[in-house]
Design a protein around this ligand. Structure first.
Ligand code: GLU
Length: 493
C-alpha cells in the first residue's frame, strides 16, 4: 500500500546534544514521504526540557539537514502557518490543552510532593515493581483540587488512564500493540513549572500542525499506548504511527550508543562525516538503506531516486547495523558520479581546511585524475596535495628505482631530465611514448623508470597517473623536481 494523499510530516528533534545519524535517518524518511506525496516536511524543535538543553544544538541540526539536502517547508527559521515551531514558544497552547483534559475529567491536578513520590518509587523498586503513581490525587474531589490549585499549591497535571480495559495502538510496521490499561501509569503531562512533557506537547503539536504520519524513533514504543490514549482523550483521529528500527553498533552487538562514536575513525555525527570528506549523497544513500530497501539488488540511490522509490511498506522494523565500510563504498560511488566541475567545487574547501591554498579553477583539471581513485574528499589532499606545494622533499633512498643502484637511478633521472628539457611543453601522448622509449633504451622496465619519476615529481608512492600529473604540473615544476632528484641521487651514489 502506498500513501496517496499528501503527507504532512515532521522531524521533531530535541536540542539536547550533537545531531547524530539516527536523527538524520528519521528526518530523511520523513522528508522522502513528504516529497513523494507532494506534502510538507516540517521541523519542530522540542526544547521544553530546559535541563537537557544544549546551546548550539539546534544550529547543528539545521546545518546538518541542509548539508544532507533535506530542505524543509516550515520550521523555526522559516516560519509557516503554524508558527512558532519551537515548543518553548508554544507553552500556552499546552497549558490550555492540559486544562481542557482536566475539565473533561480525563486528567487531574496532582499535588504529591517530590519526597512522597521518591518514597513511593523506592518502595516499588524494593518490591521489584515498575514505577507507578498510586493515584492518590486522582481520588481528590474536583472542587478540593481546584481550591488547592487556586491557593497556589505546587502541582502537576497527570493523565487519567482508564482503570480497566485495554488500549490498542497500531503501528504501520509492527501491527497492533495491545496493552492492559492497568499496566500504564498516570503520566505527568504538565510539570510543576508549567512546562509540558513530550507526551503532551508532541501530541498537541502533531494535531494542531495537521501531521498525518508520525515517523519517529522506536525509543517511543513503550509510551506509544499512552500517546494513543492522549489522542483518544481529546477525541482526535490517530495519525499513521511508524516506529523506525534501532541502530546496532558496527559490531552488530547491542544498540548503538554515543560511545561508539568515539571508538574508531568514523563518527556518528553528520557534520563530522562532512569534515572527514564524505559527500552528502553518500550519507543519504547509506542512511536510507539502514532500515529500508527497494529490492534485494539496487543499492545506489540519489535523493531524487529515493523520493520516487521510498515506501513505508519496505521499511524494516528489525535493528539495522551501522556499517562504515558500506559508507566508504557509497562515498566512492557518489564521488565518481559527480560532474568534474562539481567535484572541484567540493574539493576547494577541503584543500583549504588542510591549509593548501588553491582555487576551484586549479582543481578542475585535477578532478578527472583523482575522481576514480579517492573514497573520501580528504583523500584528494593526500593524493594530490603535492601539486600545490612549492616543492616536494623525497629522500634519496626512496628515489632509487626498484632493483637498481643509486648511480643507475641518477643516470636514468638525468636522461629523463634532458628529454623533458628538450620539449617546449608537455603533451601526454608524446611524453609517455618518449619516456617508455627511454626506459627501453636504458634496459629498464617502464615501472622502474616511472617509480623513480613518480617519487621525484610527487614525493609519494601513490599518486594520480604519472604522465597526466606531469602535464598538469607543467614543464618548469617537473624539471625542477627531476633535477633535484638527480642531485639527491648523485650525492647518495
Ligand atoms: N523530541 C523527540 C526526540 O528528540 C522527538 C520524538 C518524535 O519524533 O516525536 O526524541
Amino acid at each position: 500500500m502506498t500513501e496517496t494523499t499528501p503527507a504532512r510530516v515532521r522531524y521533531a528533534p530535541s536540542p539536547t546534544g550533537r545531531f547524530h545519524i539516527g536523527g538524520a535517518r528519521t528526518a530523511l524518511y520523513n522528508y522522502l514521504l513528504a516529497r513523494q506525496t507532494g506534502g510538507q516536511f516540517i521541523i519542530r524543535i522540542e526544547d521544553t526540557d530546559r535541563k537537557r538543553f544544549v546551546p548550539g544544538s539546534e544550529q547543528e541540526i539545521l546545518e546538518s539537514l541542509n548539508w544532507l539536502g533535506l530542505h524543509w517547508d516550515e520550521g523555526p527559521d522559516l516560519g509557516g502557518p503554524h508558527a512558532p515551531y519551537r515548543q518553548s514558544e508554544r507553552v500556552d497552547l499546552y497549558r490550555a490543552h492540559a486544562e481542557q483534559l482536566v475539565e473533561l475529567g480525563l486528567a487531574y491536578f496532582c499535588f504529591c510532593s517530590p519526597e512522597r513520590l521518591a518514597a513511593m518509587r523506592q518502595d516499588l523498586e524494593r518490591r521489584k515493581q515498575p514505577p507507578h503513581y498510586d493515584g492518590l490525587c486522582r481520588r481528590l474531589a474536583p472542587a478540593e483540587a481546584a481550591a488547592r490549585r487556586a491557593a497556589g499549591e505546587s502541582h502537576v497535571v497527570r493523565l487519567k488512564v482508564p482503570e480497566s480495559g485495554r488500549t490498542t495502538a497500531v503501528d504501520r510496521l509492527r501491527g497492533e500493540i495491545q496493552v492492559e490499561n492497568t499496566s500504564l501509569d498516570d503520566v505527568i503531562l504538565l510539570k510543576s513549572d508549567g512546562l509540558p512533557v513530550y507526551h503532551l506537547a508532541a501530541m498537541v503539536d502533531d494535531r494542531l500542525m495537521g501531521i498525518t504520519h508520525v515517523l519517529r524513533s522506536s525509543e517511543w514504543l513503550p509510551t506509544f499506548p499512552l500517546h494513543v490514549l492522549i489522542y483518544q482523550a481529546f477525541g482526535w483521529e490517530q495519525p499513521v504511527w511508524v516506529h523506525l528500527s534501532v541502530f546496532l553498533n558496527p559490531s552488530g552487538k547491542g544498540k548503538m550508543s554515543k560511545r561508539d562514536a568515539v571508538s574508531g575513525a568514523s563518527s556518528i555525527y553528520p557534520l563530522d562525516l562532512r569534515e572527514q570528506g564524505y559527500v552528502p549523497e553518500a550519507v543519504v544513500n547509506w542512511l536510507a538503506l539502514m532500515g529500508w530497501s527497494y529490492d534485494d539488488r539496487t543499492e545506489v540511490f540519489g535523493l531524487e531516486d529515493l523520493v520516487q522509490r521510498f515506501s513505508l511498506d519496505r521499511l524494516n522494523p528489525s535493528p539495522a547495523a551501522v556499517n562504515y565500510s558500506k559508507l566508504d563504498h557509497f562515498n566512492g560511488i557518489h564521488i565518481r558520479s559527480l560532474p568534474e566541475a562539481e567535484l572541484a567545487r567540493r574539493l576547494a574547501p577541503v584543500f583549504e581546511r588542510h591549509r593548501i591554498s588553491v582555487t576551484e579553477a586549479d582543481l578542475v583539471p585535477l578532478a578527472p585524475l583523482i575522481q576514480e581513485r579517492i573514497r573520501t574528499l580528504d583523500e584528494a589532499v593526500e593524493m594530490a596535495g603535492f601539486m600545490f606545494g612549492e616543492s616536494v622533499s623525497p629522500v634519496a633512498a626512496d628515489l632509487i628505482g626498484p632493483g637498481m643502484t643509486a648511480a643507475a637511478s641518477a643516470a636514468a633521472v638525468r636522461r629523463a631530465q634532458r628529454l623533458i628539457g628538450e620539449r617546449e611543453r608537455l603533451e601526454p601522448e608524446s611524453l609517455e611514448a618518449e619516456l617508455r622509449g627511454l626506459a627501453e633504451e636504458l634496459g629498464l622496465k617502464v615501472g622502474q623508470l616511472f617509480t623513480i619519476l613518480r617519487i621525484a615529481v610527487t614525493g609519494q608512492r601513490v599518486s594520480p597517473p604519472l604522465i597526466e600529473t606531469m602535464v598538469l604540473l607543467g614543464r618548469e615544476q617537473v624539471l625542477e623536481r627531476v633535477a633535484r632528484a638527480g642531485d639527491l641521487l648523485e650525492d647518495a651514489g
